[in-house]
Design a protein around this ligand. Structure first.
Ligand SMILES: *[C@@H]1O[C@H](CO)[C@@H](O)[C@H](O)[C@H]1NC(C)=O
Ligand SMILES: *[C@@H]1O[C@H](CO)[C@@H](O)[C@H](O)[C@H]1NC(C)=O
Ligand SMILES: *[C@@H]1O[C@H](CO)[C@@H](O)[C@H](O)[C@H]1NC(C)=O
Ligand SMILES: *[C@@H]1O[C@H](CO)[C@@H](O)[C@H](O)[C@H]1NC(C)=O
Ligand SMILES: [Cu+2]
Length: 355
């Protein structure tokens, strides 16, 4: 069979398992809409929260992993499994785009999340007008993703990916308000110490602890502002774009800055998807990547970096590089995930509501 139709056939097989929309031509009209959190109606916010609670209540499907106690935790487990291959390197944006899509698909197919609605995203500059703990995301109301962690006065500076530190925020302890108050997590906190050594053998064993946060307005204001977003979007090549969004050196990229802005569980390079806000932060990064990709000819075919964390070793990635997703999905190539309205995907971003 000719190569093109073989490829189409492969895609079709893949699409049956991942996307009900496949077969329709994807247009701006029928694409799933990903909206900024504060642009969602209260009912839509509740729909997202309820779908996440549903994921937390569904049984885990990953075998041999006692620490994963739900389908929600499975999505963190697969992230942990591949952490040292797809952070601060050439796979970062592509791997997370597909992980988000698999999670979004599970919300739709297993938890009744409204079919027209995609994952919400977090556009950070909209939240700088008040402390994070008073914002629509973290005010602790039933329409938020839960509040700050309990304030721990004695905590010191927090370690960062480059081996440095950043001043701590205004929490540090367990989240005690909102829909995820007192949420118990069973996958252990790993932190940056396990990046050089790899995962400890017992990471699969349950280690009960709470969802904790340490909201950090300094990170939000200094590292996640509009000026830095504009700088990232104005970069002429992918190397420059990644330098401003996903750098781990001295001046942190917006990727790590968002993890720091929430803190604790969310700032674990391995287990951060155990905090439901992980999906909003990464969708915010995917929104930016897609915007940058749309900004010039041939940009969807640019990649830079290797398949090892910090680009230390590994091989330079290309369109044909294959990414794995364990029990959550079939492997995909970088070429397959370069466009939100092609291949297995059919989603678009509604622009944030900026006054
Ligand atoms: C995992 O192993 C480490 C070091 O041997 C130990 O300190 C920790 O308590 C163990 N954790 C679990 C959950 O078994
Ligand atoms: C990367 O960002 C730093 C600022 O953090 C800047 O000094 C440097 O020139 C940038 N490099 C590229 C390739 O854009
Ligand atoms: C891409 O990333 C690698 C690091 O893996 C770097 O050495 C290389 O110079 C980068 N730029 C281009 C244009 O390939
Ligand atoms: C972890 O990665 C290995 C190698 O790709 C794979 O066989 C296994 O299923 C993965 N486990 C999880 C939990 O993703
Ligand atoms: Cu990640």
């Amino acid at each position: 069979m000719p190569l093109l139709s073989f490829f189409t056939w492969l895609l079709a097989i893949h699409a049956i398992t991942v996307s009900a929309a496949y077969g329709d031509i994807c247009t701006q009209e029928n694409a799933i809409v990903r909206k900024e959190w504060s642009s969602l109606t209260l009912a839509e916010r509740k729909a997202y929260i309820d779908a996440v609670l549903c994921m937390l209540s569904l049984p885990a499907i990953t075998p041999d992993l006692p620490a994963s106690d739900s389908l929600f935790a499975d999505f963190a487990a697969v992230h942990i499994n591949y952490t040292t291959t797809m952070h601060f390197d050439g796979l970062f944006f592509s791997w997370h785009r597909h992980h988000l899509f698999l999670f979004e698909t599970a919300l739709h197919e297993q938890c009744g999340y409204p079919a027209y609605l995609g994952l919400p995203y977090w556009h950070w500059p909209l939240y700088a007008d008040r402390p994070l703990e008073e914002s629509a995301l973290f005010d602790g109301s039933e329409y938020s993703l839960g509040g700050n962690g309990e304030y721990l006065p004695e905590q010191g500076d927090i370690p960062t990916a480059d081996g440095g530190t950043f001043p701590h925020g205004t929490g540090g302890g367990c989240v005690f308000t909102g829909p995820f108050a007192n949420l118990n997590l069973n996958i252990m906190f790993l932190g940056f110490g396990f990046i050089p050594s790899g995962l400890p053998d017992n990471w699969t064993e349950p280690d009960p602890h709470c969802l904790d946060r340490d909201l950090n307005d300094l990170s939000l204001r200094t590292l996640l502002n509009q000026e830095r977003i504009d700088t990232a979007l104005s970069q002429p090549d992918i190397e420059g774009f990644q330098n401003w969004t996903d750098s781990y050196k001295a001046v942190y990229g917006m990727h790590e800055a968002g993890h720091v802005a929430v803190g604790m569980t969310m700032h674990d390079p391995f287990g951060s998807p155990q905090d439901p806000v992980f999906y909003l932060h990464h969708t915010g990064l995917d929104y930016l990547w897609n915007k940058w990709q749309s900004g010039g000819e041939g940009r969807r075919d640019q990649w830079n970096g290797t398949d090892r964390i910090f680009n230390e070793g590994g091989v330079e990635v290309s369109a044909a590089s294959v990414m794995e997703f364990g029990f959550m999905g079939e492997p995909v190539t970088l070429d397959q995930v370069k466009n939100p309205t092609a291949g297995p995907y059919c989603y678009r971003y509604e622009e944030p509501c900026v006054e």
